[in-house]
Every structure is written in structure tokens, then in C-alpha cells.
Design a protein around this ligand. Structure first.
Ligand code: MLT
Length: 252
């Protein structure tokens, strides 16, 4: 495994979501798991900065290309979960020559419908009024499978703490970026790099059906489902996730 791998986390967590993958892959290749824009220490979060919105997924793509150029990295294995997958899809569309292989996890190619946009608006209003407490409670639960909530409840507490580490104003801007994202369904057929789509069987946010449809749209993409995992398949079932990823990366 020569090419570095970069992991893009989901909303509204941070790079530490990928700790089980960093631990597994760090002796095999160069691994990056940055905090993304608006999350923990990511771009736009510095004390001196008052974040200037609106933000769009294109800003996250700019951050990623700046990160790679600064490190003089030409090609990457790009692995994104949920929001990280939206960024990865946008990135591979804009910079196909920089992506050696693509791993999309618990994500989708479609954009928000009106109902989801209205829910995003309510979330933004709520964050402005009450901060992140409610989001931390509800989203950390929704993101995990029943099995994880029962057998590994500490993962939920870990997620809640991650959400509360963020600045509310930044997370409100990220919600706006999610709502404004492009629809990439019709662009899937032009993806040429080896691609794998992974989803938790109990993902309540981006279902296995949605992920299957995503895989079917990408020429030659492999589709894998991880049993009893929810939306955070890499964190809920790290061994199954790592072995799929390792096998895929060894081939490509
Ligand atoms: C995520 O996990 O990144 C979010 O669920 C994405 C979204 O809400 O669309």
C-alpha cells in the first residue's frame, strides 16, 4: 500500500471518528483523518476567526485540495462517510486525477428534497436558539444501530462529547452546506477509479437501499453491507470495516 489514505468524517463529528482505522492502517501506509471545516479544530473554527458563511460543500473540497497540495500529495485513496462521502463525490468529480480509489460509506449521491431542507432549517434555528445540546442527544442516538446502543453505549457518549466540542455557529453553517449540496446522481457514471460502497445494515439515515443505488450508479463499484451496524459502520464494527477496506486497498 503506497498511496496515502485520507478519511473524511461525517457531520457533526471530528477526525477521531476514524481512530480504529488510523490504528489499523498507520503501519501500512500514510493515513490522514483531518477535522473538517467547522468541526473541532478544522478550518473556520479558530478563536480569532469569526466564521463567514454561507459555506458550501465546494469549500470543503477547496480545503482538501489545499491540504493535499501543502503536503505535496498527488494521489490519494479517498474514504468518506456520509457528509465525508458528499465531499468525496464532489472531489472526485472535480479532481479525478487525484483519486486512486474511492470508498464511500453510509452516504448518498442525491441532494436534499424540500422536506429535508425544511428539517435542516429547523435544525439551524434550534442551534441558534439552544446550542448543540439537543442535536448531540438526538443525532448520537439516530446514528447508531439498536445493537450498538445496547452493547456499546459508550459509543453514544463518545459521539455526544464530540458534537459538544464544536462551536454552535460553525455547525449551523455546516447544516446550511449540507442543504445546499449538489446532486451527483447523473455524474456517477463518469467515475473511473475503483470504488467500494460500504453501509451498515441498520443505517437509519442513509439506508442500505440508498447506498446500493449509489454503488449501482458507479461503473464496476463493489457494494458491501456490514451487519448490525448503523450509520457509523466504521466505528460500530471496526474489525469488519477494516478487513473490507484492507482487502480493497491491497487490490487497488
Ligand atoms: C452525516 O452523517 O454526515 C449526516 O447525516 C449527513 C446528512 O445529514 O446529510
Amino acid at each position: 500500500m503506497q498511496t496515502p489514505i485520507i478519511f473524511l468524517h461525517g457531520f457533526p463529528f471530528n477526525g477521531s471518528c476514524w481512530d480504529p482505522q488510523v490504528a489499523h492502517f498507520k503501519n501500512k501506509t500514510t493515513v490522514f483523518n483531518p477535522d473538517l471545516r467547522g468541526h473541532r479544530h478544522g478550518p473556520g473554527t479558530q478563536k480569532s476567526e469569526s466564521p463567514q458563511g454561507p459555506w458550501m460543500i465546494a469549500h470543503f473540497v477547496d480545503d482538501l485540495i489545499t491540504f493535499l497540495d501543502e503536503k505535496k500529495i498527488q494521489k490519494i485513496n479517498l474514504c468518506g462517510l456520509s457528509m465525508g462521502g458528499y465531499i468525496a463525490l464532489h472531489f472526485v468529480n472535480k479532481f479525478p486525477e487525484r483519486v486512486q480509489s474511492l470508498i464511500l460509506c453510509d452516504t448518498q449521491a442525491g441532494s436534499d428534497n424540500n422536506e429535508t431542507k425544511n428539517q435542516r432549517y429547523e435544525t439551524i434555528k434550534n442551534i441558534h436558539k439552544n446550542g448543540l445540546t439537543e442535536l448531540a442527544k438526538s443525532f448520537s442516538k439516530k446514528a447508531l444501530s439498536e445493537r450498538t446502543l445496547k452493547n456499546n453505549p459508550q459509543i453514544q457518549s463518545q459521539l455526544e462529547s464530540m458534537i459538544l466540542e464544536n462551536k454552535a455557529e460553525c455547525i449551523a453553517l455546516v447544516v446550511g452546506a449540507l442543504a445546499a449540496r449538489n446532486d451527483f446522481k447523473s455524474a456517477l457514471s463518469s467515475i473511473t477509479c475503483p470504488t467500494m460502497v460500504i453501509v451498515g445494515s441498520d443505517d437509519a439515515i442513509t439506508s442500505p437501499e440508498i447506498n446500493k443505488e449509489l454503488a449501482l450508479g458507479i461503473p464496476g463499484a463493489r457494494f458491501e453491507q456490514i451487519s448490525f451496524a448503523g450509520h457509523l459502520s466504521n466505528l460500530e464494527k471496526p474489525e469488519a470495516f477494516n478487513s473490507l477496506l484492507e482487502e480493497f486497498l491491497m487490490k487497488h
